[in-house]
Design a protein around this ligand. Structure first.
Ligand code: AMP
Length: 478
């Protein structure tokens, strides 16, 4: 499934996806959405960042859009349970984005704030309720929320929910769910307690597993250069002049920094341009097009502006400044090494940025190797220690593209992908297992098509019907 056009979603949803520049479903979406649209239960093993929110939000919106019913006071049609307020808010925003051309009412219910607005929203009637367990139970106990008309139940980040001690609350909520419902269950890990919980909730689920095949960190040749702030520009010029640095993205922390770096490169005769939030959308697009067409050698960007950049053949990512958010590092370096190509990511690190580097190393689970020929700095790293090699890292190893600049391939975009998503950036491997039969279908061996290393993989197993479950598979109503 390479295109959202191939999925049977109603037009207003497709329009919203086009507005967001979503073209290709992520592996979890490609497998979950078609199954969920038919009314199947789904057991999804996937982490945040894989696109799982849309994987459950789109089929729910599709169902609600087709039904086109008025919302019923206090009785939501869909409930999404999330472990934290932050995640609930994000999910609510995703429903607003994907459902913006539909008349679907969404409400949020979470603790830590006054409940009155939430109660009023419920009284006005909602289709989709996104909630954390504690406040949901409170409002249920007070009679403000009734789940008896629920069509779809989603449990998101189930493992985190259990880690946070929500199991007793969850059990009480599950007791209130109607038998005749669809359940979608997502968890990043599947320890026995989660498997047990999923069996209580799900009926003959389609199982979808999406794991990062190789993390970005494994694919990309990463190096760190310890330096002083004042040396960065010279280092950068040396690096981008290297033969194998054919198409380079440089990241700065600030918009001003991006302008300054780009200007100085230009003055040094290196074609470059900056993109950041102060530039108009049109200006950004023009710059990106020029970069794609090799009219610009170096693109200097801030994190925000670089979201969603999807350009093939980026040989080098250079972190002129280290990001303060370690996740941004993974997103940044994922701009190179696309489509299994090996890329090079070089990070400049001053003594003031050491903590940022440590946080990054913790996240990626390994030390970023020193650029070759650099002496190892001691903690606190003085200027002399880090400049022992003259401050210039050796040429990055293994540039993926031809050394002949004139033969540089014209950049081509394969369309927008996950904006800064580490999993998608490296290509997720997915497997889908076991389809639940619809009432009209004869029972046959379950099927599922997954994407593994870019190839379709079919597996055939079926989840057993959970003991004591009187629930029957239910075809989706129009
Ligand atoms: P999630 O895992 O749901 O938190 O999604 C991670 C990020 O990927 C979010 O910023 C989404 O907007 C983005 N995203 C999800 N699906 C797609 C897609 N098919 N194409 C591009 N971006 C996507």
């Amino acid at each position: 499934m390479n295109h959202f056009e191939e999925i049977d979603l109603i037009a207003p949803i497709k329009r919203a996806l086009a507005d967001e520049n979503y073209v290709t479903p992520t592996p979890i979406q490609a497998q979950t959405i078609p199954a969920a649209i038919t009314g199947c239960d789904v057991l999804g093993c996937a982490q945040t960042g894989t696109g799982k929110t849309a994987a459950f939000a789109l089929p729910i919106l599709n169902r609600l859009g087709k039904q086109n019913r008025k919302p019923v006071p206090n009785q939501p049609a869909a409930l999404i349970l999330a472990p934290t307020r932050e995640l609930a808010i994000q999910i609510g925003e995703s429903f607003a984005t994907y459902g913006k051309h539909l008349r679907v009412k969404t409400a949020l219910v979470y603790g830590g704030v006054n409940q009155n607005n939430q109660i009023r929203a419920m009284q006005r009637g909602v289709h989709v309720l996104v909630a954390t367990p504690g406040r949901l139970l409170d409002l249920m106990n007070q009679g403000h929320i009734n789940l008896s008309r629920l069509d779809v139940f989603v449990l998101d980040e189930a493992d985190r929910m259990l880690d946070m001690g929500f199991l007793p609350d969850l059990k009480r909520i599950i007791q209130e769910l109607p038998e005749d419902r669809q359940s979608l269950f997502f968890s990043a890990t599947m320890p026995p307690k989660i498997v047990d919980l999923s069996q209580r909730l799900l009926l003959n689920p389609v199982t979808v597993t999406v794991k990062p095949k190789k993390s970005t960190a494994q694919l990309i040749d990463q190096q760190v250069v310890f330096c002083e702030r004042g040396d960065k520009q010279t280092l950068l010029k040396d690096l981008v002049r290297a033969d194998d640095a054919e198409r380079v993205i440089v990241f700065t922390r600030t918009k001003r920094g991006a302008n300054t770096v780009a200007d100085k490169l230009e003055k040094a005769g290196i074609s470059s341009a900056a993109i950041h939030g102060n530039k108009s959308q049109n200006a950004r697009q023009r710059t990106l097009d020029a970069f794609r067409k090799n009219k610009i050698h170096v693109l200097v960007a801030t994190d925000v502006a670089a979201r969603g950049i999807d350009i093939d053949g980026v040989t080098h990512v250079i972190n002129y400044d280290l990001p303060t958010e370690p996740e941004s590092y993974v997103h940044r370096i994922g701009r190179t090494g696309r489509a299994e190509a090996s890329g090079v990511a070089i990070s400049f690190c001053t003594s003031a940025e050491r903590d940022d580097l440590r946080a990054i190393e913790q996240l990626i689970g390994k030390k970023v190797p020193l650029a070759p020929n650099q002496p190892k700095p001691t903690p606190g790293g003085s200027r002399d220690e880090v400049r022992g090699s003259g401050g210039r890292p050796s040429k990055p190893r293994g540039g993926p593209r031809s050394r002949n600049r004139s033969a540089r391939p014209a950049g081509k975009s394969s369309g927008p992908k996950m904006s800064g998503n580490p999993v998608a950036a490296t290509g997720g491997a997915g497997t889908a297992v076991a389809a639940k039969p619809r009432r009209s279908q004869k029972r046959k061996a379950g099927f599922g098509v997954g994407i593994m290393d870019g190839e379709a993989v079919a597996t055939a197993t079926r989840a057993p019907r959970p003991k004591g479950s009187g629930r029957k598979p239910r075809p989706q109503q129009g």
